[in-house]
Structures are given as structure tokens and as C-alpha cells.
Design a protein around this ligand. Sequence first.
Ligand code: JFZ
Length: 431
Amino acid sequence: MYKFDRAKYDERMKWFRHDRFGMFIHWGLYAIPARGEWVRSTEEIPEEEYIPFFNEFNPVDFDAKEWARLAKKAGMKYAVLTAKHHDGFCLFDSKLTDWKSTNTPFGRDIVREFLDAFRAEGIRVGLYYSLLDWHHPDYPAYGDRQHPMRNNPAYKDKPYNFDNYLDYMHGQIRELCTNYGKLDMMWFDFSYDNLTGEAWRGSELVRMVRSLQPDIILDNRLEVSGSGFGSIATDEPLEYSGDYVSPEQIIPQTGFKDSQGRDICWEACITMNDNWGYCAKDKNFKPAEMIIKKLVECVSKNGNMLLNVGPDAKGNIPDESVEILEKIGAWMKKNSESIYGCGGCDLPKPENGRITRNGKTLYYHIMENSIGGIPLQGISRDQVESIRLVCDGTEIKPLENWIVENYPDVVFVEASKTVHLPDSIDTVIAV
Ligand code: JFZ
């Protein structure tokens, strides 16, 4: 009988609660049509029209070290690569299929190169593994609402044996957990309709993964889709509950607490534009300033952010994404002490920004300029030991003038030295 072990759980979640910021990488054959990673399904493309991408896959510019340097520069502490996405194409040298990068003209084990390069930069590593598989003959096709062949009459009476598929999937996950050294995270994606939990033989799968990789952290999608909370958010997590809630393309309105008032771990996965996989036409990139503020928002609610890049068919991360990551990196270089090891605090969100906290230190993220003094809400003068500007360490004094005398329960600091001078994105003040 499975019993959730909270002490063990808290131990393995330590780095996750500390690191806060990771890189998601969606990459595969779909980078060639360049219309997003769902292209086979949305356009109902039959296998024979997808195979040419396999036959030509040769991303000559792929350099995992370059990706890793970029992630490091952006201040990202962990990274998750799609070892297999819904199209079933494997970026690793699986013995269980021919549908893998090592059999394309490229001929390389991309997962291994990714793991080596990111570990070398001191970045923790995780692998995304799609539970859906549109290539495997034993995965339900006709009538499955996601499958590219859902409406194709040729698949209507095609027999399939789902247990064969599950053996295959369990076998591949065993390969990943056995042949590639220590993995920090496994990101299963995703459950839907009747396919959830034990339909994936979830308990058996998780038992195997944890026996091979005792410290690994799992997302919650063996149990739920991209919007569910699942039993990890209850007092009795199931064996396949995973370790954290994984809201997709949304930052929750507040953090989550369990019935004992403990914070529930979560990670928002977010795209920079509107697609996970490379999409040539999608230039709808979010400004770096916005993403920085959203990262702060996640941390202020005790969550993480997993920010996506979708490299192109030659293996390059799009220029727009590189530029965004560099801008984030410039901010992180000066302000990351307000992110790493930080979480939320019990004070309400101030009207001019957000607060993150590490122990006794409050980080006031000032996102709006003030006239006169900047109000640090929620604290009183006698609680304050010192105030420093985080980006350069400058001492800041509480204001003592005729205006602030009338606001005894707010600490004001000088505006001129802070917001509109060094950094108008998010100026951080440590108290
Ligand atoms: C999933 C994938 O389909 C997507 O390609 C990407 O990898 C993302 C991170 O995860 O997205 C989902 C998962 C579930 C639902 C929608 C999108 N859902 O249940 O509606």
C-alpha cells in the first residue's frame, strides 16, 4: 500500500522551491513545417506526409552547449527538453523504436548532448515525455479527440492493443531513467478523458521511476491535464499524483495552500510567443519586461516559472527568444537574490508592485514610479533594520519629512535614488 511520505517529499522539493526559474525546450520534427508542435493533429496530417520531415531532419546548427550558456546567462537553474512529444519522435537513442533522431540524417542522441551540456553549466536537467503518441500503432487513433487520424475512415476498424503501447512507454521511460545518469525532473504530458492515472499504469510507472531515480521530481500530469490540480493538492496524494501542480499558460490568481495551510508547489509553464514548438509566422513575443514581472509574480505566490523556447529546424533558438533571455539575464544578474530561495509573504500585494521574501528579508519589487517617497506597505519603521537597493547595494534611508509624518504605518523611501534612476522594469528594494 502506498503512503505519501511528507518528509521525503519536502527533501526532494528543496531545489525546486529554491531555483524558481527554468527553461522549457520544445523541439522535434515539427520544427521543419514550423507551424507549432501540434501541426500533425491540427492539420490531420497522415503519417506518410510526416515521414519526409524524418528523412530530412538535420539541424546542422544544433549546439547544446550554446543553449546551455544562454539558459545560464538568463539565470535559469533547470531545463526540461522534450525527449518525446505527441508525434512520438524520440530525441534519444531508444532501443524500442526506429522513430528516433539517431536514425535521421542527423544521427545524434540529442537528449544525451542536452544533458551533458546543461549539467556542465550547473543547470539541473529534466525530460518531458509525452504520454500521447501519434506514431505508435497501439495508441488509440480513430475517435481519439487529439489524434491526427481521428476522422480517417481507414483507421476506423484498425485493431490496436493499448497494453502494448503501455509496455513501450514504460520501457522507454525505463531507458531514460537508466541510461542517462541522474535526472532531476520528469515531465509527463498529459492525461485526458479516461486516460488518467491507472489507465497509464501510473502507480507501477512512478514506482519504477522513483526506484531508478530516487530524488527525481515529477509533474502532476499522469493524473491531470494542463489545468487540473490533482491529488498532490489534497491531503492524500496518490502514488501517481506527481510533486507539483503545472498550470499551463496561466499564472494562478493566488498561490495554493493545503488544508494544513502549507504551500503547495507549482510551476507555470509559459511560452514567449503563442507556440511551444517553433512557429515561423508567430512573432507575437511578450516583452522581456513583462516576463520578468511575471517571474516575480510566480515567486511572490510561491511558484516557479518554466519559460519555453522552440528552436528551429536548424537547431537555433529564435533571435527574438535570445534577445528576451539576454534582457532577463541582465535583470537577473543584478536582482536574482530576490528570486532564488525566495517565496511569497503573508502581506497583501502592494499597489505599486509585488513582494518576495527570503527569511527575514522582504524584497519590494517596485514596478510603478512614485511621486515623492516610495511606499513600502505592510511594515512599520521599527521592524526595519536596513534598506538596500538590490541592483547595486546602495543604502536607502527611510524618508523623514512633513509628508510621511501623516502616514505612521507605511515606510517611505527616497524615490529619486531608486525607481526612475537605475531600473524602470522592476527596481528591487531589500528590507
Ligand atoms: C501540452 C501539450 O499538448 C503542448 O504541446 C505543450 O507540450 C504543453 C506544455 O503541454 O499542452 C496541453 C495539455 C493539455 C491540454 C491542453 C494543452 N488540455 O488538456 O486541454
